[in-house]
Design a protein around this ligand. Structure first.
Ligand code: MLT
Length: 263
C-alpha cells in the first residue's frame, strides 16, 4: 500500500508527484487547496515512504493509486492531477479507471512515450544510480527540473528540491526510470478525454517545452491551458501562488467547485 498524506474534506483531489521527488513536493498545495476538497497526495511506489514494486511499471503505479483510494473509501470520481511522471501515471489511471476521474490537471507532462534512445538513456542512468547513489542524479537533474529564474534567484527552492531527491531510496528511483522508459504512448487517449482538463506549463521548462503543452491541449477537447511565467518544469514549487491561482480558477470555472479563491 502506498504511503499517503492528505488534508481537507469533500471532493477528492489527488496530486501525483514528479520524478525523482515524493509527495513532499505537494506540501504547500495540500494545505492551500484543502479548502476546495480532500487533497490526497500519495508517494508513488519506491518514493518517499512507499515500498518498491516487484515489477515496476506506470500501469502498476496507477493501479496502486486506485488501491489507495479504495483504502481511503474514496468511491466518487476524483480530480486527478499529475506533474510530469505524475502525469504519466494520471494518463494510465484514466485509461484503466475512466469512471473514477472527474477532472484532469496535467502539469509539465507529455502524452508521448519514450524514444528507444531515451529509454536506453534511462537504463544507463538507473544502473548508475544503483551503483553510485543519487548525488550525481540530483546535480544533473536540477538544471532540468528548475527554470532559469529559480536557479538564479531562489536558492531555497533549489535546496528544497535537492533535499527531496536525496531523501529517496536509490533503488526505488532507479525502478521508476525503467517504468517510465516502458510507459504506454497516451497520445491516442487525448481526443477521447471527456472530462474538464487543465494543462499547466512553465514558460522556462526546458525539459518539456510549453509548445508541447500547447500541442497537447489542442488535442484534448475543451482543455484549458495555463502557462506560468518565470517557472520551469517544477512549476508548482517555483511559482506556488501563480500555480494555485490557475488551479483554483479551473476548479471554480470548469468544475464548479466552491471553495473561495484566496486572492
Ligand atoms: C519528471 O519530472 O517526472 C521526469 O523528469 C519525467 C521524465 O523523466 O520523463
Amino acid at each position: 500500500m502506498l504511503s499517503c498524506e492528505e488534508a481537507g474534506q469533500g471532493v477528492p483531489i489527488v496530486l501525483l508527484h514528479a520524478f525523482p521527488l515524493s509527495c513532499r513536493m505537494w506540501d504547500h498545495e495540500r494545505v492551500a487547496l484543502a479548502r476546495w476538497g480532500r487533497v490526497i497526495t500519495p508517494d508513488l511506489p519506491g518514493f518517499g515512504r512507499s515500498l518498491r514494486q516487484t515489477t515496476p511499471s506506470i500501469p502498476d503505479m496507477a493501479a496502486c493509486v486506485a488501491t489507495v483510494l479504495d483504502s481511503l473509501s474514496v468511491r466518487e470520481p476524483v480530480v486527478l492531477g499529475g506533474l510530469s511522471m505524475g502525469g504519466y501515471v494520471a494518463f494510465e489511471f484514466l485509461r484503466q479507471f475512466p469512471r473514477r476521474v472527474k477532472a484532469l490537471l496535467l502539469c509539465s507532462t507529455r502524452a508521448i512515450a519514450d524514444t528507444p534512445e531515451q529509454r536506453e538513456g534511462r537504463l544507463k542512468t538507473a544502473e548508475r544510480i544503483r551503483r553510485d547513489g543519487l548525488e550525481s542524479l540530483a546535480s544533473a537533474m536540477l538544471p532540468k527540473l528548475l527554470g532559469k529564474t529559480t536557479l538564479e534567484s531562489n536558492p531555497a527552492v533549489v535546496d528544497q528540491v535537492q533535499r527531496m531527491v536525496l531523501a529517496n531510496a536509490p533503488d526505488g528511483v532507479a525502478d521508476s526510470l525503467l517504468a517510465m522508459g516502458d510507459r504506454n504512448d497516451s497520445t491516442v487517449l487525448l481526443p477521447s478525454i471527456a472530462c474538464p482538463t487543465l494543462v499547466v506549463a512553465g514558460d522556462e521548462d526546458a525539459f518539456i517545452p510549453p509548445a508541447e503543452a500547447q500541442a497537447m491541449q489542442r488535442e484534448i477537447p475543451g482543455a484549458r491551458l495555463e502557462i506560468i511565467t518565470k517557472a520551469g518544469h517544477l512549476v508548482s514549487l517555483e511559482r506556488p501562488a501563480a500555480f494555485e491561482e490557475a488551479v483554483e480558477r479551473f476548479f471554480e470555472e470548469a468544475i464548479g467547485l466552491t471553495g473561495g479563491r484566496a486572492r
